[in-house]
Design a protein around this ligand. Structure first.
Ligand code: C5P
Length: 300
């Protein structure tokens, strides 16, 4: 068997409703995941032992572990264990998704490794979503792609109809944010505010905007409960968000747990102008364009 390469998209949460802290340390979510055309590639090559290499063309990959803690490696070990085979595979990861950026880059690599190794070892694809959920809350969506409501920890997925494409600009920060730290800060801010935390619901206007392809309405409906926490931990994000709004974004929000900021544009041309304006404002390390929705982890 020869190498298998899988391409896998980044995600942005169009809505991220965070419920109360659960007994297991997670939060019940109501989220709307949206896969965008910013892709990592993972190549699985038969080898005598498990190995991981990472390179990034325009992404700082120094934060990515190369040992068994790498999520792609964990995915290979998990699948091999279920199949009763050795995880004898070299995983070569080529990153374009920001590391610890709130765009599910690690989860994407785990999903891609599952699909690549399943192809190498002849495993059933129907079994992968369950394994994906064991690896992380965002991994099942990285497998699925498109646009989907996520419940539970985010792993219970229902695809939603979308008339796309939608055009996005992403402002990537220098250095990531830890997801557990952002959730903990969200809990702390809520405790300070002293307001009870209810169960979030999927926003009807957001789903209607997606279905009708109304970018302006979608921009107005974007909402992320983790945003105040991410901004508290990284105050510079205030300027990043303000720069995107000032440049005419239809909507601006922190992506997931941040620190990447997402700006919605009216069209591909508008996204090019918006990207240039955000770049010129000097509020981000790198600025990239992407469209969504796009498919999940796919063998290429
Ligand atoms: O599942 P995953 O490993 O991606 O989650 C990373 C961390 O994010 C968790 O350990 C938890 O602190 C936080 N998290 C959460 N509630 C969720 C998803 C993630 O609190 N629904």
């Amino acid at each position: 068997m020869t190498d298998v390469t899988v391409r896998v998209p980044a995600k942005v949460n169009l809505q991220l409703g965070v419920g109360p802290l659960r007994a297991d340390g997670y939060h019940d979510l109501v989220t709307v995941f949206h896969a965008v055309s910013l892709f990592d590639e993972v190549t699985a090559e038969p080898s005598d032992r498990l190995a991981v290499s990472v390179r990034g063309d325009s992404v700082d990959v120094r934060g990515v572990p190369l040992d068994g803690g790498n999520l792609a490696a964990r995915a290979a070990v998990l699948l091999a264990g279920r199949l009763g085979v050795e995880p004898a595979v070299s995983l070569h990861i080529r990153k374009a998704i920001p590391v610890a950026g709130g765009m599910a880059g690690g989860s994407a690599d785990a999903a891609a490794a599952l699909v690549a190794c399943a192809r190498l070892w002849g495993a059933d694809h129907e079994d992968l979503p369950k394994l994906a959920a064991e690896l992380g809350s965002d991994v099942p969506f990285s497998l699925l792609g498109g646009t989907a409501i996520g419940l539970g920890r985010g792993e219970v997925l229902t695809p939603v109809p979308v008339r796309g494409p939608f055009h996005w600009v992403f402002a990537c920060a220098d250095g990531g944010l830890s997801t557990p730290a952002v959730y903990a800060e969200c809990d702390r801010l809520r405790e300070v505010a002293g307001r009870p935390v209810g169960r979030p619901e999927a926003a009807r206007e957001l789903l209607a905007a997606l279905e009708s392809g109304d970018a302006r309405a979608l921009g107005g409906a974007l909402d992320n409960d983790l945003q105040p926490a991410a901004v508290e931990l990284r105050p510079a994000l205030r300027d990043t968000l303000a720069a995107g709004r000032a440049a005419g974004a239809l909507g601006a929000l922190v992506s997931g747990s941040g620190p990447t900021c997402a700006f919605l544009a009216e069209s591909a041309e508008h996204a090019a102008d918006l990207a240039a304006a955000v770049r010129a404002a000097g509020v981000a390390e790198t600025v990239v364009r992407a469209h969504g929705p796009v498919p999940g982890a796919t063998v290429i």
